[in-house]
Design a protein around this ligand. Sequence first.
Ligand code: FAD
Length: 310
Amino acid sequence: PYDVLVVGGGPAGAAAAIYAARKGIRTGVAAERFGGQVLDTMGIENLIAVDHTQGPKLAAALDANVRANDVDVMNLQRATRLVPADEIGGLAEVQLANGASLFARTVILSTGARWRQMGVPGEEQYRNKGVAYCPHCDGPLFKGKRVAVIGGGNSGIEAAIDLAGIVAHVTVIEFADKLRADEVLQRKLRSLPNVDVVLNGQSTEVLGDGRKVTGLGYRDRASGEHRQLELDGIFVQIGLLPNTEWLADAVELSPRGEIVVDAHGRTSAHGVFAAGDATTVPYKQIVVALGAGATASLAAFDHLIRHPLP
Ligand code: FAD
């Protein structure tokens, strides 16, 4: 069995694996797609100490860094079930889609998350070409330009407030007939001169010139009319879905499906730790996931030295 088995090969999983391997203990990583969300990212400008990099380049660096350590890398392996140990210090089982099972004294869950998409024509084509999901990451690219934020929940309104300080103009598009964000955020939003809110707005199409976004088509659900906005960017803020569907019977999940962790990355199951976007950690960022992966790995090591195999 592994001493530490990491499930998920994004920044959190890579950091967890490297920290474990450096303790000289038997470490494995099983990942559906090594690199994770980083593979889908273009420019990365907020990874501290790295002036500017690209997603695929960072993913290759994570991969090389993991492989330079003594880690069993099992790429293209999807975990379908976790059975935690039934006694403290016992073995947990991770079942894979290919029918095999892996056993480990500790497991670190780092299966990340995915942004909910609008599912309209043009969204996929213009992803990273004006369609963005992360204001902390991509906001500065739209300095002085016009953008829309899709979604009037807390994350959408936080994004709009954040972006209003950088871009020329923000239009918030909310599907329902009122914003769902906390009143204090709505009040702040209303105080900003360069923000408009469209209620009852249903996005229908991302418009572009073949190279980049030029606008958004939407339907006014109250009148049924179709309208268009001229824009340079569209920030989609309609939810981040953690990849935890397979864990519902194994560890405690929050109402949003995030794995509930404490400050050490411990989950509700003994010997099972978690890190990164799949967890309740606030703020989903690469630098946060890297740190959380290291934390969970050190906590797993602590667990191992306190609970020898029965
Ligand atoms: P992920 O990167 O999501 O990795 C999850 C891993 O788990 C993957 O290997 C996946 O294949 C695997 N996995 C999932 N389910 C299973 C399963 N059942 N079995 C086995 N493996 C599984 N952050 C920044 O800091 N700066 C940026 O500029 C930035 N830009 C972004 C741009 C885009 C388009 C996106 C989508 C995100 C961006 N982010 C950015 C956010 C950042 O990518 C994430 O916060 C970070 O990747 C989270 O790392 P993670 O390891 O927790 O999860």
